[in-house]
Design a protein around this ligand. Structure first.
Ligand SMILES: [Zn+2]
Length: 212
């Protein structure tokens, strides 16, 4: 699948930017860069504990940013069905781990995703996969939330989509303001979740209930 095909299904310029930026250097070049980083930090890259670190870190970063190479078409292939169901569909408490693009430090938390179908539904397991695709990149929480909502809106043309993400940011906890317990919440409301306060309240009530 070429980059061009991937871009078609993505729904905002931000998505395009993320995919275009993914130049996919080799794992060896990444190892070399990590090794240089360690030296710059004043480390002895030849000491025993660090011998395999560049290779481990390179692999870890590849994994943590694997969402760039996920193909939305392949991901959603055969998982969209025609069904006369017109109540809210919600998948809540989806764990996610992402990296903030400003510090390359983790932010992580839970994501709640809902949509109000209009004839089309999506296989429920695909919703966490969509969250995974957009979180395994360098991100800002706001954009990640919007990208998840926009993709569902694009592929399902539903009556509405709602996404809420709640996350702790290590760049806030370990450095800077050092606020240990602050949680950032972002939301993306589309269609009836935006225009109809009753629908929105129902969603917010559903995600605040304690059942996991
Ligand atoms: Zn940050």
């Amino acid at each position: 699948m070429s980059k061009k095909n991937k871009l078609n299904i993505n729904s905002s310029d931000d998505d395009n930017l993320s995919l275009e930026e993914n130049t996919n250097g080799s794992i060896e070049s990444l190892e070399k860069i990590i090794s240089e980083l360690l030296e710059d930090l004043g480390e002895d890259v030849h000491r025993e504990g660090l011998l395999k670190t560049p290779s481990r870190v390179a692999k870890a970063y590849r994994f943590l940013t694997k969402g760039y190479s996920d193909d939305p078409e392949k991901l959603l292939n055969d998982a969209i069905f025609y069904e006369c169901y017109d109540e809210i569909v919600i998948v809540k408490n989806i764990d996610f781990y992402s990296l903030c693009e400003h510090h390359m430090l983790p932010f992580y938390g839970k994501c709640h995703v809902a949509y109000l179908p209009d004839k089309k539904i999506i296989g429920l397991s695909k919703i966490p996969r969509i969250v995974e695709m957009f979180s395994r990149r360098l991100q800002v929480q706001e954009r990640m939330t919007t990208q998840i909502g926009n993709l569902l809106n694009k592929v399902l043309s539903p009556r509405g989509v709602a996404v809420v993400a709640e996350a702790k940011h290590l760049c806030m906890m370990m450095r800077g303001v050092e606020k240990q317990n602050s949680v950032a919440t972002t939301s993306c409301m589309i269609g009836e979740f935006k225009s109809n306060s009753k629908t929105r309240s129902e969603f917010l009530k559903l995600i605040s209930s304690t059942t996991d």
